[in-house]
Design a protein around this ligand. Structure first.
Ligand code: FE2
Length: 242
């Protein structure tokens, strides 16, 4: 498995059913969950900021999937994928992963390999393709200008399109070493402006509708990614129901 093509050939550009029949799902469910939660723990050990981000993204993605009519089980599977969506970052060197300044073009290219690296790791563990393709395609864009494959529109699996919106909302509303968090309203505007370009318009509409219906929708950061010279503030992260 040495290049993007070999991965994308394994996971062709079309929508899949989630985890197949109820029977085959239940047979593999426990093993998949164990593997994915183990990887989530490894992310926690490697990079607490990415881990906390992933927990919030999992919660947003799970809520959004339920809002879109997904079953509890399917939404939970999406949350599991979301927990490990940045798994590939655990193999990115610290000087790039933790860099507070803007990345150079070369560093950005390295960072943009993380969906592919994460997908390769999951394939190596034989987890269900649903999780692999959700991780692999979470940085694709509705207009085809995303990565790693440049998929467009509904070529992008629905699970990845949901995850993208959840991911970006959390990045926008989180503090990072290089940026202050946006307010809910400012993040709302950014999602709207990216609708039809970066994001599936249907998913954005659903997310904003969910956002507007809940006064305390935005999750607190347990750990603020302020530079290491400042004090770190801890809050309680709401557990997600896996
Ligand atoms: Fe990512």
């Amino acid at each position: 498995m040495n290049n993007i093509d070999s991965i994308t050939n394994l996971y062709p550009r079309k929508e899949r059913s989630l985890l197949g029949s109820r029977q085959s799902r239940s047979d593999r469910e426990r093993e998949n969950k164990h593997i994915l939660l183990s990887f989530a723990n490894s992310i926690q050990e490697r990079d607490i900021v990415t881990y906390d981000h992933s927990r919030r993204v999992a919660t947003y993605a799970q809520r959004l999937a339920r809002y879109l009519g997904w079953s509890r089980r399917d939404a939970r599977d999406l949350a599991l994928a979301a927990l490990v969506h940045d798994l590939g970052k655990t193999w990115i060197a610290n000087d790039i992963l933790l860099k507070a300044d803007t990345l150079s073009d070369e560093e950005r290219k390295t960072m943009e390999r993380h969906p592919l690296i994460g997908a390769r790791i999951l394939i190596g563990c034989d987890v269900h393709p649903f999780y692999v393709e959700t991780v692999l395609y979470h940085h694709e864009a509705w207009d085809g200008r995303g990565y790693p494959s440049g998929l467009k529109g509904e070529e992008i699996p629905l699970s990845a399109r949901i995850l993208t919106v959840a991911d970006v909302y959390d990045v926008l509303t989180s503090q990072r070493p290089y940026k202050a968090p946006l307010s809910k309203d400012a993040a709302r505007e950014r999602l709207l402006s990216g609708s039809g370009a970066s994001f599936d318009p249907m998913i954005v509409r659903a997310f904003l509708s969910l956002l507007d219906s809940q006064a305390h929708f935005t999750l607190p950061q347990r750990l603020c990614a302020i530079s290491s010279t400042t004090n770190t503030t801890y809050h309680v992260v709401r557990p997600i129901g896996l």
